[in-house]
Ligand binder design. Sequence first.
Ligand code: ATR
Length: 277
Amino acid sequence: MPQHQKIDATTVVYGIIGHPVAHSLSPAMHNAAFEAMQINAVYLAFDVTDIDSAVGGIRSLGIKGLSVTIPHKVTVMGLIDEVDPVATQIGAVNTIVNRQGHLYGANTDWIGAVKALEEQTKLAGKKVLVIGAGGSSRAVCTGLVHQGSQVHIANRTEEKAERIAQALGCSWSGLDNLQDIQAQILINTTSVGMEPDIDKLPVPEDILERYDIVMDIVYAPIDTMLLQKARAAGCKTINGLRMLLLQAVAQFEMWTGSQAPMEVMEHVLSQKMAHTP
Ligand code: ATR
C-alpha cells in the first residue's frame, strides 16, 4: 500500500513510462527498495503514448529518474540530452537519469543479463549461443561481446540475426542445424515458452545436454519448459526473473548512487510473481 503519510513536499519522483505499464513489476521492486533504504522517494507507473510530451514532463516536473519500456525504448533516444555508448550500440534506452536537468539515457538490460550469468560463470572466452534477434537479443549480445564472449546468434528470420551479428562481430544462422554449433552457454531471448504456450521449446531438446548453462529471459512462467528440460539434461539454469531483478538493481544504483537492497527487491519480485494469475 502507498505510504501516504510519508510523502511530503520533498518526496522525489521516479517512475516507468511505457504502453501498457499496468502489469509492470518495477513499481513494487523500486518502492520496496526506497522504503528499505529510507529514501524519501516514490516510483509510479505512467501509461504514456505521447513520448515527446512525457520527456518534456520529466524536465518540467523534475522527475529524477525513469525506466523506459515498450514501445518507447528507441524513440526516447532522440529526445534526451545524452545516451551512454553501450545503449547507443544496443540502439535502446531503458533508463533515464535526470542530472540537474540534463537527461542521460542508459541501458541496464545488458547489465542484468551479464550479472545474472556472471553469478554462475566467467564470460571472457566463453562460447555462447543466443536464440532470437529482437531487442532483447541485441542487449544480451552486446553485453556478452563487451565481456569477451564469442557469440553465435540463431534466429527464425536469419536476416535479423545477420544484422545484429554483423554489427557486433558475431556469427549467425537460422534455427536449422543448431546441433552443429559448439558452445557452453545457451540463452533464449525469444518469447517461445511464454504463457500461454508453456510447453513450447525454442530449441530441440536433444541439444541441451551439451550446455553447461542455459538461461531463459522469459519469466512467465518462471520455470519455463526450456529450463526444466535443461535441468533434466544436467545443465545449470538461470531464469528470466534474475535478469529482471539485476537490471532493476542497476537502475536503482544509477539513480541513487547507493547500493541497492537486492534481497528486498528479490523478495518483492517473487511475492508479486506468486500472486500473478
Ligand atoms: P524482444 O524485444 O522481446 O526481443 P522482439 O523484438 O519482438 O521482442 O523479438 C522477438 C524474437 O523472438 C525474434 O527473434 C523472433 O523471431 P523473428 O525475428 O523470426 O520474428 C523470435 N520469435 C518469436 N516467436 C517465435 C517462434 N514461435 N519461433 C521462433 N522465434 C520466435
